[in-house]
Structures are given as structure tokens and as C-alpha cells.
Design a protein around this ligand. Sequence first.
Ligand SMILES: [Cu+2]
Length: 91
Amino acid sequence: MWNDFLHKGLVSCSINFYKGEIITMQTTLDVSGMTCGHCESAVKGALEELEGVQGVEVSLDTGKVTVIYDESTDIEAMREAVEEQGYDVVV
Ligand SMILES: [Cu+2]
């Protein structure tokens, strides 16, 4: 299951366990087209609205967007949220 996410263009994925249970997961999306602070906040805001997302960190320089989320978050929804803002998730 987790390997599937990696094949969908997600750069890395790590899972944090607490007492044997998954509490949060973290993944890094490679997003192209972000050029300024407005882009950064558009992407960040769109991802933060998704169910289960706990935190979003955007690096404009590298285009890397790190998302911390839990099991209620739909991975495909992350991609769609970014694309709806007009940016591409690089595969
Ligand atoms: Cu911009």
C-alpha cells in the first residue's frame, strides 16, 4: 500500500508509530510552478483544508511540499488540491 504512494510521484513517505499504532504519516510532494509567497500560501492553504492534514511545510526554493497527515487523509486528494491551485505535482 505505501509503495503505491511512492509510485504516484510522492518523493518520500515515512510513518510515525506510537505504541504500535500509526498516528501520523508524512510525505513530500514535488510541486512545480510555485514562484512566490502567494503560490506558497495557496498550496499550503489548499492542503491544510483536507481532512486529516495536520501540517504543511512548503519550500519555494526546492518545490518540496511536506505534508503531515493521518489515516483519514486521501492521498489523491492532496494531488488534486495542489492541481486545483494551478500547480503540478511532478511524477
Ligand atoms: Cu506566486
